[in-house]
Every structure is written in structure tokens, then in C-alpha cells.
Ligand binder design. Structure first.
Ligand code: XMP
Length: 509
């Protein structure tokens, strides 16, 4: 069992960052909603209470039940977490006179405190709070202060319970990682053994125990997550893992053949299914983006269901789900009621009745890559840009036709290959080409042309939630634009997308 730090989520935008920082310290942690504390705490070495958009003074603000934890396990309250503890114990929390956001410096540090050990006087911390702890209960000791916040950090006497007003998880808190390390290592006693290699070893072991001789089916997409999940499962159960890689006709040029080939090279038991005609037929006459997504999604389910049926006696469906998809976040607006679309269509396809195994559901995206590297997977697969499930289907604006797919594949290929050739591919997070539903006038030789416009887009991002357009060199853009117009019949104009997200999304549809 992994030594675990439990992070109780009160809805702060920074909660996932706390988890990221702890993982960087090679300490395993899990985020749980503040009101869903797991019953089994046997592996838990410490608990962190996150921040929150609520004020502890608000009616209906989140109130955790800490009686099973406090004085039994070390506890660290951050921002709201600290204010909650202070107020709960009889301290006074009031709206700040000056709302304190941004940089501050720790002008006082109690050097004897285990939490503050080694932290430099006057180091920068990141504040983001509308409330301040004005008075602390008697058994609290102040362990750090800033010029305007006297209680920037406290310890409760007689217990390993701490609170801090600033956010150590944010990079702008320059020594935040050291503070978190003090907490998880010196106070909670974690051994920092959560590494890629140890993850592979323990996962393979537990997958073997769980799956025994059962057959497992997995849909490969060519993306990082499903590929790493497949290799991990393959390590555990070998040929009992049946992979299905579907060509929906909306992949990049040559991608189906190349990726299928490299999967086979990796030793995977993989079946390539060319269903392009079926997808393109289903897309005939469909122009609305969400409708296209539905048609592509439903066709995939039909194809996959049919293929899964051909595997006799298969018991499990493996998925490359990662941690951000499974974290049950505390919603500020109340429990969200999103119903996945497949729950709306009467009757589930047969493969959805299989038992589910998700070997990556405790990992963040870059950890998935690290696990892949530790299993010696090729960079070609691990460093690929994200590619959406509906593929080129949502990059051909309006109706999708085989001819438009051909044109976009050629354009996209020139762009992507150009990025690789000029060592720019790894410098951008995602790159894509879009075929616009407009024609523009041009001139080639002595002839007037009236042909398609394509847009190129390259963005920098960390998680796709926000993104900025990449400042690719003009010389590169000029070269690519010439190449596209000269080589791709049907295109006479190239534009570069210089919009950031928000407000623009990464994809155009
Ligand atoms: P947007 O366009 O919302 O995209 O800024 C954010 C990230 O999500 C990808 N994306 C999708 N992925 N199915 C997918 O599997 C989809 O329908 C879909 N739409 C957008 C997009 O490529 C980007 O990485």
C-alpha cells in the first residue's frame, strides 16, 4: 500500500496544484471532497485541507468532519483550511481590511518550527484571501507573519496540526516546495518512494492479481494515455490484452499505418480495423459540430462493440482514464448534474457491460509520460501532440467529405512535418490545421483561382484549459505557407491563428 497524503478539497482552484507538488516530491496523494473522507485511513500519513472560494463566515460554507483525523494524523490547513481550524477552535476570522492578493514576504519565521525549518527570512509567498485570522485561540502559536498578516502560519500546541495563510503550492511562493517537503517528510514521515519505476512495479503486480487469466479489451487511439495503459497491461498480462485500433478515416496522413506498425513493434496484440468508409458515410450531410461529434462517437461505439464481441470470453474493458478525469471536484455551484451522453441512449452497448480497469487513473498527464519513459516507450508515441477523438472531423468546418479529408491531411502533414524538421514540434503543445468553409480568390501563373483557405494553429499550454498562440518564426510560417499553396491542390491561401484561449478555444469547432 502506498503511503498517502489525503488532500481534502474545499473547491479551491489550487487544489490540484497541491497534489502536483506532492507528487513532484515523490509522495503519493489523493484528492477527496471535504465531505467524503475515506473510511480506510490505514495508508494515510497526513491530511491537507485545501483553500476554498468560500469564506468560513459564509452560511453554507464547507464544514469537514475532522474528529476521525485531528490529533490522530498530522494536519495542514492552507488558507481556508487554516481559517476553518482557527475559527472552529474559537479564533476570530474577519474580512481583510486590505484584500491580500499576490506577493508578500515572510518577515517573521519561527526557526524552531518543523514546518518552517530551513525557510529563509523574507522569502516570497503567494497570498490570495479575502479573510484574515485576527485572533488565534490560546493554544495556537504563530510560526510566521508578513507585514500585513500577523497570523500567516500557526501550529496548535500538543498536536501536529498546522495552518498557513499563503499558498505554498503556487510557484510564486519561492520556498513553497520546501515547506511542503517539511510537512510530508519531517512531520508526516513519508519516505518519498512514489517514482515512475515503483509505480510500474506495483501496478504490474496488482494488475496481475486483479486480472489473473482474464481477457481484457482496450481501444487504442494513438494518443499517449491509451498507449501507456496498453504497455502497462501488456507487461502484466501479455497476450490476454486485446487491443483494437480503429481507423475512422479522420486521422492524420499515414497515421493509421505508422502507428499500427509501431504498436506491433512494441509487441502488442493489436488489431487494426479500417472503418473509414463507415464513418465518412455516417457523416454525410452533417455540418453541425456537436452533431458530428455524436455521429463519430456513436459510430466508434458500434465498431468497437462489434470487434469486442469477436473476442471470445472477454471480461474487462481497459481505459486510459487519467487522474484529472476522475477527481470529483467540489463544485462551487453545487453538485453538477452532467450526464454522459451514452447514458441517454436506451441500452448500453455490450462492451460497456464489461468490468472496467483503469491503470492510469491515479496519474497526471506528465506522470503518464514519465511512466511511459520508464517502460522505454518511444518518444514518437510519448511526445505526440494531443489529438481529439473526432480527429480531422472537427477541423473540417461544416460537412466532411472524403475530398476535404484528403486536402486537410496534406496540409496538416506539411505543417507537422515542417515543425519536426525545424525542431519546433516539441516546443509547442498542440498544432493543427483547419479547413475553412470559404473560398478566396487567388492568382497562380496567369490564372485567377477561387479555392480553399486553411488556417494553421499552434499553441502553448500545460493542460489545454488555457492556451496562448505560439510565436512561430516568420521564416518558418512563410516557408510552410509556400509549400502548402504550391503542393496542395485546392488551397490558395494560408492564415495563422493568433487567438488565445480564453476566449477562443484550441479547436475551431
Ligand atoms: P478546446 O478546443 O476545447 O480543446 O480548447 C481543448 C483540448 O481538447 C481537445 N478536444 C477534444 N478531444 N474530443 C476529444 O477527444 C473532442 O471532441 C475534443 N474537442 C477538443 C483539443 O484538441 C484540445 O487538446
Amino acid at each position: 500500500m502506498n503511503e498517502t497524503i489525503l488532500i481534502l478539497d474545499f473547491g479551491s482552484q489550487y487544489t490540484q496544484l497541491i497534489a502536483r507538488r506532492l507528487r513532484e516530491l515523490n509522495v503519493y496523494c489523493e484528492i477527496h471532497p471535504f465531505n467524503k473522507i475515506p473510511n480506510d485511513l490505514s495508508a494515510v500519513k497526513g491530511v491537507i485541507l485545501s483553500g476554498s472560494p468560500f469564506s468560513v463566515r459564509d452560511e453554507g460554507s464547507p464544514v469537514p468532519e475532522l474528529s476521525g483525523i485531528r490529533k490522530k494524523l498530522p494536519l495542514l490547513g492552507i488558507c481556508y483550511g487554516a481559517q476553518f481550524l482557527a475559527r472552529h477552535d474559537g479564533g476570530d476570522v474577519q474580512p481583510s481590511k486590505i484584500r491580500e492578493y499576490g506577493r508578500a514576504n515572510l518577515g517573521f519565521i519561527d526557526g524552531n518550527s518543523k514546518l518552517m525549518h530551513g525557510i529563509s527570512l523574507n522569502c516570497q509567498v503567494w497570498m490570495s484571501h479575502g479573510d484574515t485570522i485576527l485572533n488565534i485561540p490560546e493554544n495556537y502559536e504563530i510560526i510566521s507573519s508578513t507585514e500585513s498578516v500577523k497570523v500567516a502560519g500557526f501550529k496548535i500546541s500538543g498536536e501536529e496540526t498546522y495552518g498557513i495563510q499563503f499558498h505554498p503550492e503556487v510557484y510564486h511562493s519561492t520556498e513553497g516546495s520546501m515547506l511542503l517537503k517539511n510537512y510530508v517528510v519531517d512531520i508526516c514521515g513519508c519516505r518519498q518512494e512514489w517514482t515512475a519505476d515503483s509505480f510500474v512495479e506495483t501496478s504490474v503486480d496488482s494488475l496481475r492479481k486483479k486480472l489473473r487469466n482474464d481477457k481484457v479489451v482496450l481501444g487504442l487511439s494513438g494518443g499517449v494515455d491509451s498507449s501507456v495503459a496498453a504497455i502497462l497491461l501488456h507487461k502484466a498480462i501479455g497476450k490476454n490484452l486485446y487491443c483494437i485500433f480503429v481507423d475512422n478515416g479522420l486521422l492524420r496522413k499515414n497515421e493509421f499505418a505508422e502507428v499500427l506498425h509501431s504498436y506491433k513493434d512494441l509487441g502488442l496484440n493489436v488489431k487494426g480495423v479500417d472503418a473509414s468508409d463507415r464513418f465518412l458515410d455516417a457523416l454525410k450531410g452533417v455540418g453541425e459540430p456537436e452533431k458530428k461529434r455524436k455521429v463519430i462517437g456513436n459510430t466508434f461505439i458500434d465498431v468497437f462493440d462489434h470487434e469486442a464481441h469477436l473476442i471470445e470470453d472477454v471480461k474487462w474493458l481497459a481505459q486510459g482514464t487519467i487522474y484529472p478525469d476522475v477527481i470529483e471536484s467540489v463544485s462551487v455551484k453545487g453538485p453538477s448534474a452532467t450526464i454522459k451522453s451514452h447514458h441517454n441512449v436506451g441500452g448500453l452497448p455490450d462492451f460497456m457491460k464489461l468490468k472496467i480497469v483503469e491503470p492510469l487513473n491515479a496519474l497526471f498527464k506528465d506522470e503518464v509520460r514519465r511512466i511511459g519513459r520508464s517502460m522505454n516507450m518511444p518518444g514518437f508515441i510519448l511526445n505526440r501532440h494531443p489529438f481529439p477523438g473526432p480527429g480531422l472531423g472537427i477541423r473540417i468546418l461544416g460537412e466532411v467529405t472524403p475530398e476535404k479529408v484528403r486536402v486537410l491531411q496534406e496540409v496538416d502533414h506539411i505543417f507537422i512535418q515542417g515543425l519536426r524538421d525545424d525542431n519546433l514540434y516539441d516546443k509547442v503543445w498542440q498544432s493543427l490545421a483547419v479547413l475553412l468553409p470559404v473560398s478566396s480568390v487567388g492568382v497562380m501563373g496567369d490564372e485567377r483561382t477561387y479555392e480553399n483557405v486553411v488556417a494553421l494553429r499552434a499553441v502553448g499550454s500545460t493542460d489545454g484549459m488555457t492556451a496562448d498562440w505560439s510565436h512561430l518564426p516568420y521564416e518558418f510560417l512563410s516557408k510552410i505557407s509556400n509549400k502548402i499553396i504550391n503542393q496542395v491542390k485546392g488551397v490558395n491561401r494560408v492564415v495563422y491563428d493568433i487567438s488565445s484561449k480564453p476566449p477562443s478555444t484550441i479547436e475551431w469547432e
